[in-house]
Design a protein around this ligand. Structure first.
Ligand code: ZN
Length: 438
């Protein structure tokens, strides 16, 4: 094989089985990883980890869960400060973290912890680890990729355009810088033996300015990248109507046969809307955030139920979970971030609730424990609370993605939306209101 054919973007294949304009893309991302043996169904998500570990869970516990993605996401915010150790170790993060049979994807920032802004320059971006800020040049960024040895990674990008009132000039600068970083990364990549067979995702920036989004997409698509990261559209940066409009414009410019990964969006209602706008991949940090505030995902996505019955059941559930949002024993920060897709188990109402977290859920937590026990673990600060919640939340979230693919395959997206959002999107409206008060 000649070097050119081994360049970034040469192997990963997206086979779409179904594309309905404005309703999403269904398919399989094939020939992933250095051996080309792995695949990932889309719409889908990556496994969110801190340096290879799903927070709270051991590898053994993790393996008890079904529907887990074949791609593990690690981030340079967790890795950059360990560069020397990894260089000494020599065998990459997959081995360092004791992972097997997984495809490793390395992104820049951890989507679960938004980083401070104001630290990018023409030549550098910053990531924030536990020891503080680390400034990356393209040279340092690429040196890190060589020690991480991922199967695919996100190119360096200046994504500081998601704050309100970012000027047009600043947005244009972020697009220019990100393209320059990409060209530099590709240059180093193509000359590096260590990175042969590794794929690069280009990053689409452009803030909330449509023309800049289009320009960023067009220019990035001209480069030899395997796929695209859509950055600066994360939850809290804009409302869903604007996000949908921007993503629709972006995906129009991108080649059909390459995957689009949306960064920083994980809420089920937003996931559904973004899939309809043409997004293929998400980061699964949402279940972790829900776990950290002592909550359990409890939304329904069963599309096999009779639609009328489903709405009745939903109303019943809402009747109880609606109040929870005001009465919870959460700290004010967590309370404002809580969504209506979850229940707050610290709440007194669960003290003697002997039902599983979600009726019918087959995860270890729901099979063995009740809400009352989880309530006890949370109020007494037992570490097991995080473990059990993470098991359930991870299982529930990935099962939602399975249901989403099933719905797309069987023309049941509307049924799924009714199930997840409630009839007439009532829940979605509540969420938008919550957003504004943040
Ligand atoms: Zn469960």
């Amino acid at each position: 094989m000649c070097r050119a054919a081994r360049m970034a973007g040469s192997r990963m294949k997206l086979e779409l089985s179904r594309v309905v304009q404005g309703r999403g893309r269904l398919g399989v991302l094939k020939e992933l990883g250095k051996t080309g043996q792995c695949s990932l169904e889309v719409p889908g998500c990556l496994l969110h980890t801190h340096l290879g570990t799903v927070p709270h869970l051991t590898q053994e516990t993790l393996r008890t869960l079904s529907n887990l993605p074949s791609v593990t996401q690690v981030t340079l915010s967790n890795i950059a400060e360990h560069q020397e150790v990894l260089e000494e170790f020599k065998d990459g993060v997959t081995k360092f973290a004791g992972l097997h049979d997984t495809v490793l994807y390395c992104s820049l920032h951890d989507p679960a912890t938004p980083c401070p802004t104001g630290y990018t320059t023409n030549k550098t971006v910053s990531v924030w680890g536990s020891g503080g800020r680390i400034e990356l040049t393209v040279a340092k960024f690429m040196a890190l990729q060589k020690t991480v040895q991922p199967d695919w990674y996100q190119s360096m990008a200046d994504g500081e355009t998601w704050l309100n009132n970012t000027s047009r000039k600043r947005v244009r600068k972020s697009v220019d810088r990100t393209l320059a970083h990409l060209d530099e990364c590709l240059l180093v990549h193509q000359q590096s033996q260590e990175l042969e067979g590794v794929e690069v995702f280009g990053v689409v920036e452009g803030g909330d300015i449509l023309e800049e989004r289009v320009r960023s997409s067009r220019e990035t698509a001209k480069r030899p990248v395997a796929g695209f990261c859509l950055d600066g559209l994360q939850t809290g940066s804009m409302d869903q109507a604007l996000r949908t409009q921007l993503i629709t414009a972006v995906t129009k410019e991108l080649p059909e046969d390459k995957p689009r990964l949306l960064q920083g969006v994980g809420r089920p209602d937003e996931v559904l809307a973004c899939v309809e706008a043409g997004v293929d991949l998400f980061e699964s940090f949402f279940p972790f955030q829900v776990t950290e505030r002592g909550c359990a995902l409890s939304f329904s996505f069963d599309i096999s139920l009779d639609p009328e019955l489903a709405v009745l059941e939903l109303d019943e559930e809402r009747g109880t979970s609606g109040e929870t949002q005001q009465n919870g024993d959460l700290n004010p920060d967590d309370q404002s971030l809580m969504t209506s897709f979850e229940i707050n188990l610290k709440d007194q109402r669960y003290k003697d609730d002997f039902r599983p977290l979600v009726e019918g859920c087959v995860c270890y937590c729901c099979q063995n424990h009740q809400r009352a026990y989880l309530h006890h673990l949370l109020v007494t600060n037992e570490l097991l609370a995080g473990v059990l919640l993470m098991i359930h939340n991870t299982a529930h979230y990935h099962a939602f993605f399975s249901a989403l693919r099933e719905a797309l395959a069987n023309d049941k997206l509307d049924v799924l939306k009714t199930r997840v959002l409630g009839e007439s999107g009532g829940r979605q409206k509540d969420l938008t209101d919550t957003d504004k008060s943040e």
